[in-house]
Design a protein around this ligand. Structure first.
Ligand SMILES: CCCCCCCC/C=C\CCCCCCCC(=O)N[C@@H](COP(=O)(O)O)[C@H](O)/C=C/CCCCCCCCCCCCC
Length: 221
């Protein structure tokens, strides 16, 4: 599955916000199990958008792709059946001592740790999208993006990453151009799709946050 030709071609296709929305729609089952496959599909779509915004963002998308690939490899591996949902992954990795809990050691690329990094980024995304959804014509994407980053993901990043991220945000296209890049029609249509996507993303975030909090996994090194 990882790195297949079909997947490579898929990644070349234009970003469409609707695809991301569909992934998050399918992400949660009725009993609130988080599908890892759909979680990863959502991130793949977002990375496609990031790549379309220019090479200045490639240090960010490379890190996201690296984390996506770790999860894809776990899902495709011999223990893949334990990686169909986030809940199963957590149980499996904890029971089998496959997670570095206090300091980095034998399991630097556990599913739990890798997903936690994307989970923290999902909080940034949630805040940024909410800001975009409620923005006005004179709102600046760079300001919305950095404000969302400063109250979420930035606390987990060293100074040099925060600095680089801040510089990259200044290169974001303006609001109109950004909405056009979402490929869902007019600004009004994009705002409507964001309104549909946000509760889904928030619920996935919340369910994951609660699971990680219950299992004391929110500070994995
Ligand atoms: C309707 C959609 C509109 C929104 C478009 C969003 C597109 C975003 C696509 C991808 C977001 C990238 C997610 C980045 C995950 C970062 C995970 C992380 O925190 N990694 C750091 C820690 O990892 P370890 O070292 O512990 O393994 C790593 O150090 C990070 C390195 C790269 C810099 C990360 C900066 C993150 C900024 C997030 C904002 C993205 C800005 C996109 C602007 C549209």
């Amino acid at each position: 599955m990882a790195g297949s030709v079909a997947e490579g071609e898929e990644d070349q296709k234009k970003f469409c916000l609707q695809e991301v929305l569909d992934a998050y729609k399918m992400c949660l089952s009725e009993d609130k199990e988080v599908s890892l496959q759909h979680y990863v599909t959502g991130w793949r779509g977002l990375v496609k958008l990031l790549n379309s915004l220019g090479s200045v963002f490639s240090f960010i998308s490379k890190d996201a792709v690296n984390k996506i690939q770790i999860l894809v490899a776990l899902m495709a591996g011999d223990s893949g059946s334990h990686y169909s949902t986030v809940q199963l992954m957590v149980e499996y990795e904890l029971q089998n001592h496959l997670v570095d809990l206090t300091k980095r050691g034998n399991h630097p690329e556990s599913g739990c740790r890798t997903l936690l990094r994307l989970h923290r980024a999902l909080r940034w995304l949630q805040l940024f999208l909410e800001s975009l959804r409620t923005s006005t014509e004179d709102s600046k994407t760079s300001t919305m993006c950095s404000e969302a980053y400063n109250v979420s993901l930035s606390q987990y990043h060293p100074w040099v990453v925060r600095k680089a991220a801040g510089m990259a945000f200044c290169m974001l296209p303006g609001r109109q151009e950004f909405f056009a890049a979402l490929n869902v029609g007019s600004t009004e249509q994009a705002v409507a799709v964001l309104g549909e996507a946000l509760p889904l993303i928030s619920e996935v975030y919340q369910v994951t946050e609660e699971l990680y909090a219950q299992r004391n996994l929110l500070d994995l090194p």
